[in-house]
Write a new protein. Structure first.
Length: 430
């Protein structure tokens, strides 16, 4: 049956290899079941319900990816957009988390439409490579400042805006230790290094008595506090229009780049031969809609899936294995509730550092590419908003190209996005 469903021999793999690949990917991405509830619960969402929604969204997305696309890619609520959801849309702009979920749902529907009609490919082809790289790096910087703040390493300062926290306190010290654990283990190619770092800091926090131990295993908590709680009508509020645009743009860039990159590494995309990219893109976009209904921010393909590909995963059986493990994780809600913020902070900071690698892809020798890219990346942490970074980046890119006489190099997609952001600043005040 497995051979018939996943064509294992055609892809040069076996059931054992696929299972090992699935376990490998799960270990590298399972930190999300601790980090996502920690971030989204700051909006007032029920932490236990978000934990269940995270596991179910990841499982459902991976199942769809496995059966529809037959690709070895794990899905889960994405890093970056969950922070944007919590700290920008809800905390900074003052919208309710129900409205934010409604915005995710609408963006998912638009995403599906863009994928089915082929507009997604046109949009991807039209956005400058330097801006795409800058967006990833900027989100990394945004995650970094959130991580440093939640760990108490960076604090508010009246004179300098931000300053160094008290590093003699237990929380910051544990967060620093956790970062070292993750970095060293990852450098040594230890699978699940991020998860190990989170658990190590959590156990130490119990030992030092700075956080409570709630247990390890229990029946899954109720998802009802977040299930179908999205406010779609409220999400159509004028102030959320540009938020939906940001969700769509980041989802398009992040998911498409991840899918293509991992698929190429697994040799699933070969020039001149048919592939299942369109199915994978559809699975990815459908997962966003499903996740918003359950009560979590945008679900996307995880770049950590590359670890499973490295372990030999080549088919959807790897993704199905990942889904099964996320379902099994539902029974570890007490453990998730026992994880303090300074245990997830080093994971956030480490992921942020990895995202900074995208800066090397920017054409620094061409100032008409470098200047907009730099503005994009810098504006995200300094304005505490991915939306502002995107807006400043696209507007600057078009302006610099036009005023240097290079307007013919502008793709219509870039011009349209920049125009939409100009309209946002002109007519929709935050």
């Amino acid at each position: 049956m497995l051979e018939r469903l996943f064509k294992l021999s055609e892809h040069g793999t076996s059931v054992r290899t696929e299972l090992i690949a699935g376990v490998t990917t799960f270990l590298t991405m399972s930190y999300i079941i601790f980090v996502n509830p920690d971030i989204l619960s700051t909006t007032g969402m029920d932490r236990n319900a978000v934990f269940v929604a995270t596991c179910l969204a990841a499982a459902l997305g991976s199942i769809v990816m496995g059966f529809v696309a037959n690709w070895p890619i794990g899905m889960a609520p994405g890093m970056g957009l969950n922070a944007f959801f919590a700290f920008t849309v809800v905390a900074a702009l003052g919208f309710t988390w129900q409205q934010a979920l409604g915005a995710v749902f609408i963006s998912g529907c638009i995403f599906v439409l863009l994928t089915v009609t082929g507009v997604r490919s046109w949009l991807i082809a039209g956005i400058p490579h330097s801006l795409r790289s800058a967006i990833a790096a900027g989100i990394g910087l945004f995650l970094a400042i959130i991580a440093l703040k939640s760990a108490g390493i960076v604090v508010a300062n009246k004179a300098t805006l931000v300053g160094l926290g008290d590093l003699k306190q237990t929380g910051p010290l544990l967060a620093i230790f956790g970062f070292f654990v993750i970095a060293v283990l990852d450098a040594l190619k230890v699978r699940g290094s991020i998860l190990i770092g989170i658990l190590a800091v959590t156990v130490l926090s119990w030992i030092f008595g700075v956080s409570q131990f709630h247990g390890i295993v229990s029946a899954p908590p109720s998802i009802m506090p977040t299930f179908l709680q999205l406010d779609i009508v409220g999400a159509l509020h004028g102030g959320l229009v540009h938020i939906i645009l940001v969700f769509v743009l980041v989802e398009v860039f992040d998911a498409t780049g991840t899918l293509i990159g991992i698929a190429k590494r697994a040799n699933l995309i070969q020039e001149g031969k048919p592939n299942r990219l369109s199915r994978a893109l559809l699975a990815d976009s459908a997962a966003i809609v499903a996740g918003s209904l359950m009560g979590t921010s945008s679900t996307t393909a995880f770049v950590e899936s590359a670890s499973g590909v490295q372990a030999g995963g080549r088919t959807g059986l790897t993704a199905i294995t990942i889904a099964a493990l996320f379902i099994a994780a539902l029974f570890f809600s007490p453990l998730a509730a026992s994880v303090p913020a300074y245990a997830t902070a080093p994971a956030l900071l480490y992921v942020a550092g990895l995202m900074m690698r995208e800066l090397t892809e920017i054409e620094w020798d061409d100032l008409t590419e470098a200047a907009p890219a730099a503005i994009t990346a810098l504006a995200m942490p300094f304005t505490y908003s991915i939306a502002n970074g995107l807006a400043f980046g696209f507007i600057t890119y078009v302006a610099v190209k036009v005023f240097t006489g290079r307007w013919s190099m502008l793709h219509p997609a870039t011009q349209i996005v920049a125009a939409l952001f100009v309209v946002r600043f002109a007519f929709f005040a935050d």
